[in-house]
Structures are given as C-alpha cells and as structure tokens.
Design a protein around this ligand. Structure first.
Ligand code: ATP
Length: 238
C-alpha cells in the first residue's frame, strides 16, 4: 500500500521486558488527515505513540515526512514538528496560561508568537479569560485545552493526541472534540488515540482498530462506525 506522506509506520514492534506490547503495526497518516487509533485498554495505543515520538525503544520502520526517524531523539523530532500531547497533559502547573503558551513556542524563532497566542485565545476563549491564572489551578478539561494550545504553539506538522477525553465530564469531552475538529479543519494533521471510539470515529477521516498489540481493522472512519464488529466490541451495541 502507498505510504503516508506525513507518517508511515511499518512492522512496528515494541516490547517491555518479556511483554510484546506492539506486534507488527502498519499505520499511515497523510497531510491534512485526522486519523484515529482506537482499541481497548492495554491494546498498545499509547506505546505506539511513544515509539513514534522517540519515547520508547522499537524495531521496524517509522518514516516522518519521508525520512526514517530511527535513532532520532524526541527533542529533535519536536523541533521538526512532531508533537505529542500525552495522556495526563503535563502542563506546567506553576506557570500561568500565557507562560505555558510561550513555552510551547520555544522551539520557534519567528516573530509571530504573539499573533499565535491571540489565535489560541480565539480557539480557546476559556484560556483567554484565565490568561493570568496558574495552570495547576485549572480544571481537568481546561488543562486539556491548555495542553493542546501549547502543542499548537509549536506549529506541529503532525499533532499526536493521547486520549484527550480521559477523565473529563461529558460536556468537557464534547468541547475537547469540538476543538480537535476545528484544529483539523484549520489544516493541522492529527493522529488521535482514543478510548471513546464513537466520538473519535465521528470526527476522523480514517481509523485503525488495535487489539492486543495488532491492528485488526482499518478503513474510512464512516465505514468503521458501521462495521458490525466495531459496533459490538467498541461502540457498546449488540
Ligand atoms: P490504555 O488505553 O489503557 O492506555 P493502550 O492501548 O494505550 O491502553 P499501552 O499503554 O500501550 O496500551 O499498553 C500496552 C501494553 O504494554 C499493556 O499490556 C501494558 O501493561 C504494557 N506496558 C505499557 N507500558 C509499560 C511499561 N513501561 N512497562 C511494562 N509494560 C508496559
């Protein structure tokens, strides 16, 4: 099959000691796409993202922007626009919203940083209202917004989101998905890992279903939403 022009993963394997967490995954992301990776707890989704961002040792073949990333460090990949928002968000709790956003821009050297902060405040009005508040005192959903905004400040060419809906109230989950949808609509290429398979497939172009370290199904998101096996196993339907 044709390889993704932004990301192309072939035969990815990751083991933790004796445990094989990822057992030969193939995955592609093309420019402008929103691709989602869904699956049950422990399927290997987070591990796949960690391999792509240089956070864990792996074997196989990963190409980013057409070039192998074997041996590249997370910091270098970040500078080249490969940016992950981890599960648990990792905002700088003792810095304000604005300071967190500035940290996201530290890999850049252009003069557009203030314009981008304004753009983030447009995308996330809640952050604008709280610009001077310490990030650690924000709600879980607000911190998720901040983590995404901070990642966007680095002008990612590929944004990897690990379970952005984790631990949020249903209303905040809706808001976070709305934001992911508009960030995608503005042209950002996204790989979204989610346990909330229904919402993820509703906003994605394509999806991959992972089970026990392997991709068991892939296709257009609309087709996966209609797939009887997906409906029974991941959408809670009979
Ligand atoms: P979840 O949705 O629960 O986060 P996941 O699909 O993201 O699950 P992973 O976190 O990638 O799954 O975990 C895949 C497997 O690897 C699991 O069996 C997990 O216990 C194991 N695993 C993950 N991290 C480590 C680690 N640091 N050391 C040992 N085993 C690990």
């Amino acid at each position: 099959a044709a390889r993704g022009d932004v990301l192309s993963v072939r035969g990815l394997k990751v083991g933790y000691g004796g445990i094989q967490a990822v057992k030969g995954v193939d995955l592609d992301v093309n420019r402008g796409e929103l691709v989602t990776l869904i699956g049950a707890n422990g399927a290997g989704k987070t591990t796949t993202l960690k391999a792509i961002t240089g956070g864990v040792g792996w074997s196989g073949d990963i190409a980013y922007m057409g070039k192998s990333i074997a041996g590249r460090k997370a910091f270098h990949l970040l500078r080249e626009g490969l940016v992950m928002v981890p599960e648990g968000r990792g905002v700088f709790a003792r810095m304000t919203i604005t300071e967190n956003l500035l940290m996201g821009a530290h890999v850049r050297s252009d003069g557009q940083v203030q314009a981008d902060i304004d753009r983030m405040f447009g995308l996330f009005p809640r952050l604008k209202e709280r610009a001077g508040q310490l990030a650690g005192t924000m709600s879980g959903g607000e911190q998720q917004m901040l983590a995404m905004a901070r990642a966007l400040m680095s002008q990612p060419k590929l944004l990897l989101l690990d379970e952005p809906s984790m631990g949020l109230s249903p209303i905040m989950v809706e808001k976070v998905f709305e934001v992911v949808r508009s960030v995608h609509a503005e042209g950002t290429t996204i790989l979204l890992v989610e346990q909330n398979a229904r919402l993820a497939l509703q906003i994605a172009d394509r999806g991959y279903v992972m089970d026990s370290g392997e991709v068991t199904l892939t296709g257009p998101a609309a087709r996966l939403l209609d797939d009887p096996k997906v409906r029974a196993a991941y959408l809670g339907e009979e």
